[in-house]
Design a protein around this ligand. Structure first.
Ligand SMILES: *[C@@H]1O[C@H](CO)[C@@H](O)[C@H](O)[C@H]1NC(C)=O
Length: 246
């Protein structure tokens, strides 16, 4: 009897130590995801983090499309916005893009396809800037987020709202990324010679003829122009307002 009781006491003692160690390791993570398809793999990652005992808050808009707010594995921080990336926004664009793709491919259809894509990207990043501005102007929300003492922000950098929010909260950033709107995510961290690495949307592979390499370069230029003239200036305006020109 005595040995059994003391061994269960020892077991209890180690269980308490083990549990408190696990609680000690649990982090508080603020997630700023992307709507739509990118959310699908982010959600899987959130489930894995939740199962390891981390506390997770997810930033969404009051018009969220994929990101539900009544699930057990995360809590939501809802931001009110007038426009968002949802099916009302994306369906008309997809319809136009499909129509262009189904038509004869010509220089003209390629150009109208690119213009449609540029316009969609411009609007999408504009919505993200509106969301970031709304959050940073909301002193109450920012106070609540600061008091939660998150360990880090996990975000998909294809849109910039998470990066801006992490900067405002002075928190470390972790990216979950496949592509950003200026190209494949790896392009920003690894050597990616255009003669071997095909750009997104080019339909090319790593083996290119000379003409295909020229085409790849053209796609690269398009992405860069879009970044320089349509996307960066929108985020720069938000940064100027809250952080200054640098
Ligand atoms: C979301 O918030 C905006 C701005 O406050 C408001 O105009 C809109 O009606 C809200 N939408 C929903 C679905 O709650």
């Amino acid at each position: 009897m005595i040995t059994r009781r003391s061994s269960s006491g020892v077991f209890l003692f180690f269980s308490v130590i083990f549990c408190s160690l696990r609680i000690g390791q649990a982090g508080r993570i603020l997630i700023v995801p992307l709507e739509g398809s990118h959310w699908v793999n982010m959600d899987i990652m959130i489930k894995a983090l939740h199962s390891r005992g981390h506390h997770i808050d997810v930033v969404r808009t009051n018009k969220s499309w994929y990101i539900k707010d009544d699930v057990p594995h995360y809590k939501t921080v809802t931001v009110s916005v007038t426009k968002t990336f949802d099916k009302d926004f994306i369906n008309p664009i997809l319809k136009k893009i499909f129509a262009i793709e189904r038509g004869k491919t010509s220089i003209l259809s390629f150009i109208s396809f690119q213009i449609e894509l540029f316009r969609a990207m411009f609007d999408m990043h504009g919505m993200m800037c509106e969301m970031a501005t709304t959050m940073l102007e909301d002193k109450e929300l920012m106070g609540v987020l600061r008091r939660k003492k998150y360990d880090l922000v996990l975000t998909d950098p294809a849109w910039g709202a998470g990066i801006i929010l992490a900067h405002a909260l002075e928190l470390p950033l972790v990216y979950n990324v496949r592509w950003v709107t200026s190209g494949e995510g790896h392009l920003t961290i690894t050597p990616s010679p255009l003669s071997y690495i095909p750009m997104i949307g080019s339909g090319l592979t790593d083996k290119m003829t000379f003409i295909q390499r020229v085409k790849n370069l053209l796609f690269y230029a398009l992405w860069q122009i879009q970044d320089m003239f349509l996307i960066c200036p929108q985020y720069q305006t938000v940064c100027n307002q809250f952080f200054g020109p640098n």
